[in-house]
Design a binder for this molecule. Structure first.
Ligand SMILES: NC(=O)c1ccc[n+]([C@@H]2O[C@H](COP(=O)([O-])OP(=O)(O)OC[C@H]3O[C@@H](n4cnc5c(N)ncnc54)[C@H](OP(=O)(O)O)[C@@H]3O)[C@@H](O)[C@H]2O)c1
Length: 313
């Protein structure tokens, strides 16, 4: 099969042996595989794959069609349309995945577009509800809101009855974020003035958090998921104390399988409800052929997009 590989910091498409599913796994023919920040870090040699995953084959999410199932799998069959998150190697014609880690692709969804859904959906759902305890009526700030996780978070939060403030540079993307349900869309320089916030989903990093410490409602929860703009800040603990606020961080990829299954199923349950009433979309900025993976990586790295960049094998 053809697979995206990292060769000394360079993205290449190479021939790799077809993977075979283990007893509890599925073999999936990939239709779409989204790009994520972790892929860029892995390309740069800063994000080693978890144990058991080839270090030089990136790709954390996919959607496609099941072509074979392991001996112990009972709830999936060849032909099923599935999507999911894996520890790596999803940017390829074929991928294996634990059967427990996949979600059904909602009826009517395009399989290529679906390949950009799972990582953002599951990350945003886990961060908002499990980590941030977001509830109806809460005022939420999503920073870096125009990307995959941000656009997923806006929709999930609005569906639960939260009031969403989206912060994004590039005013050309602001109308699209409003159409996803954000009540207010601001530039990063104006985000602090839009508080107080009950929950902050921090997708940009330290410089953004630093502006928000005086914009927290009592009992606020800041959940740090992305630190692309930097991970170190000088923290005024007094401001945190004054708001009785919580600052926490989280990652998904390195968690034990059981935790990832729980996070996937929780998000999948909500997606099922939203997709049934057409209340969730995956904004897609670009789709590239697998053979153009290097261009896709550069495109994703440049930023400025709305939603996902997806590889289509
Ligand atoms: N912890 C986890 O488990 C986990 C899981 C998934 C993702 N992540 C991380 O979460 C972050 C968001 O993921 P994503 O998939 O949504 O990424 P994405 O699609 O690349 O979106 C990132 C967004 O952040 C904006 N941004 C970046 N630097 C900024 C800055 N200095 N000031 C203002 N905005 C800035 C980007 O704006 P431009 O387009 O203008 O550059 C873009 O809209 C990434 O850092 C990713 O690595 C973490």
């Amino acid at each position: 099969m053809q697979a995206v590989t990292i060769d000394d910091g360079t993205i290449r498409v190479a021939d790799r042996p077809d993977p075979a599913p283990g007893p509890d796994e599925l073999l999936v023919r990939v239709a779409g595989a989204g790009l994520n920040g972790a892929d860029l870090l892995q390309r740069a040699g800063h994000y080693p794959a978890p144990a058991g995953i080839p270090d030089d084959q990136p790709g954390l999410e996919f959607a496609g069609t099941v072509t074979a199932v392991g001996d112990r799998v009972v709830d999936h069959a060849p032909g099923d349309r599935v999507m999911g998150i894996v520890g790596g190697a999803a940017q390829a014609e074929l991928v294996t995945t634990p059967a427990d880690l996949v979600l059904g692709v909602p009826d009517g969804w395009d399989l290529v577009h679906a390949g950009g859904a799972p990582e953002a959906l599951i990350t945003a759902h886990d961060a908002l509800f499990t980590q941030g305890r977001l509830g109806p009526g809460d005022r939420l700030l999503v920073t870096g809101a125009a990307g995959g996780v941000g656009t997923a978070a806006i929709q999930l939060a609005v569906a639960t009855g939260a009031e969403v403030v989206a912060s994004a540079r590039g005013e050309d993307r602001h109308d699209a974020l409003r159409s996803l349900g954000a009540a207010e869309v601001v530039l990063p320089d104006d985000q602090a003035a839009a508080g107080p916030f009950d929950v902050v989903l921090e997708l940009v990093g330290a410089p953004s958090v630093a502006t928000l410490l005086r914009s927290l409602a009592t009992g606020a929860r800041i959940v740090v998921i992305g630190v692309g703009a930097g991970s170190r800040l000088e923290l005024d603990l007094l401001a945190l104390m004054g708001a009785r606020a919580t600052l926490r961080g989280s990652t998904l990829r390195a968690r034990p399988l059981a935790d990832r299954v729980t996070a996937t199923r929780s998000a999948g349950h909500v997606l099922g409800t939203l997709a049934a009433r057409d209340a969730y979309t995956v904004p897609v900025a670009a789709i590239h052929d697998l053979g153009d993976a290097a261009t896709a990586y550069d495109d994703f790295d440049r930023g400025g997009h709305l939603g996902k960049v997806i590889l289509a094998p």
